[in-house]
Design a protein around this ligand. Structure first.
Ligand code: COA
Length: 255
C-alpha cells in the first residue's frame, strides 16, 4: 500500500508533503515511519540543506490517527512515532513548516521543533491531549510553557480548545502569518534562502541554539511517552475515541 507521504529532494531542499486529505492528514504508523525516514535521509544527504514540511493550504494535519490510538499501536522506543519525534527534535538541518487548516495534536507539537513556521490566517491549532485522556507529547509539556509562558501553555494544553493563527503567533509557535494563497511559495522561498547560506555555519548555529535544551527535551519526551503509553490503555482514552467516531460529546463523569 502506498504511504500518503510524498517526499522529493530538489534544489537542495527535501520537501515532505502529507497527502491523506480524506482523513485530514491524520498520521498513521506507516506515515510516522515515512516521516522519520525522510528526515533522517535529509540529514544524511550532504546535498540537502533544508527541509520543508507541509500539507495542503487548507489542511496540515488532524494529528495522530485516532483509530490507531484505539488499536494501541507499539509506543516503544523504536516505534515509528518515537523515531519521528527523535528525528524532528534532533534534525541537524533547518526545518521549515507551512501550515493551514487543521493543525491538531502532533500537527501542532511538531512545529515546536521546526525553525521556521508559517501559518495561513485560518489555521486551526489544537492540543487536545487532555480531552482525549492523554498527556502532552513531543516535549510540548516542556517547550510550550517555555516559549509561551506557563499560563498561556496551561490554557492551550489543559483546556485543549482550538486556537487561531494569531494566538499561535502570540504564543511563539508560529514565525509569521502568511496569506493562504502565498503560504507554500513563501515557505519555499525561505527554504531556498536558508539553503543558499553557508551550510556548515547554518547547521552549527542551529545546533548551538538547540544545545542547552537537547538533554531536557529528550528526557521530557521519555517521561511524556511513559505516561502517554499508560494512558492509551485507559478507559478515558477509550471513551474519548469512541465519542469522536460516534460524533457525540465525550462523557468523563464516571472517571
Ligand atoms: N484520526 C482518524 N480519522 C480522522 C482524524 C484523526 N485524527 N481526524 C479526522 N479524521 C477523519 C474523520 O473521521 C472523517 O472520516 P470519515 O469521512 O470517514 O467520517 C474525516 O477524517 C474528515 O474529518 P471530519 O471530522 O469530518 O472533518 P472536519 O473538517 O469537520 O474536522 C478536525 C476536522 C481535524 C477538526 C476533526 O476531524 C478532528 O477534530 N479530528 C480529530 C483530531 C484529534 O483529536 N487528533 C488527535 C490528536 S492527539
Amino acid at each position: 500500500m502506498t504511504v500518503p507521504v510524498f517526499v522529493e529532494t530538489r534544489d537542495r531542499i527535501t520537501r515532505i508533503r502529507l497527502d491523506r486529505p480524506d482523513k485530514k492528514n491524520a498520521l498513521t504508523v506507516a506515515m510516522y515511519q515515512a516521516l522519520a525516514d525522510a528526515l533522517r535521509g535529509a540529514d544524511a544527504d550532504p546535498a540537502v540543506r533544508a527541509v520543508l514540511i507541509h500539507g495542503e493550504p487548507d489542511c496540515f494535519s488532524a494529528g495522530n490517527d485516532l483509530a490507531d490510538f484505539a488499536a494501541r499501536p507499539d509506543q516503544g522506543d523504536d516505534a515509528p512515532v518515537a523515531q519521528f519525534l527523535r528525528a524532528v527534535s534532533t534534525a541537524a538541518k533547518p526545518l521549515v513548516a507551512a501550515v493551514g487548516g487543521p493543525a491538531v495534536g502532533i500537527g501542532t507539537t511538531m512545529l515546536l521543533h521546526c525553525d521556521f513556521v508559517y501559518a495561513a490566517p485560518g489555521t486551526r491549532f489544537q492540543l487536545p491531549f487532555v480531552r482525549l485522556g492523554l498527556v502532552p507529547e513531543a516535549a510540548s509539556g516542556l517547550l510550550l510553557p517555555m516559549i509561551a509562558g506557563y499560563q498561556r501553555a496551561a490554557e492551550l494544553l489543559l483546556l485543549g480548545r482550538p486556537f487561531s493563527a494569531e494566538q499561535a503567533l502570540a504564543a511563539g509557535i508560529v514565525t509569521a502569518i502568511v496569506p493562504a494563497d502565498q503560504l507554500l511559495a513563501h515557505a519555499n522561498d525561505v527554504a531556498l534562502a536558508i539553503a543558499a547560506l553557508p551550510p556548515k555555519s547554518v547547521q552549527l548555529s542551529k545546533a548551538l541554539m538547540k544545545r542547552a535544551m537537547a538533554g531536557p527535551v529528550a528526557e521530557q519526551m521519555a517521561e511524556e511517552s511513559r505516561h502517554f503509553r499508560a494512558q492509551l490503555a485507559s478507559g478515558e482514552v477509550k471513551e474519548a475515541v469512541a465519542a469522536f467516531f460516534e460524533k457525540r460529546p465525550a462523557d468523563f463523569s464516571k472517571f
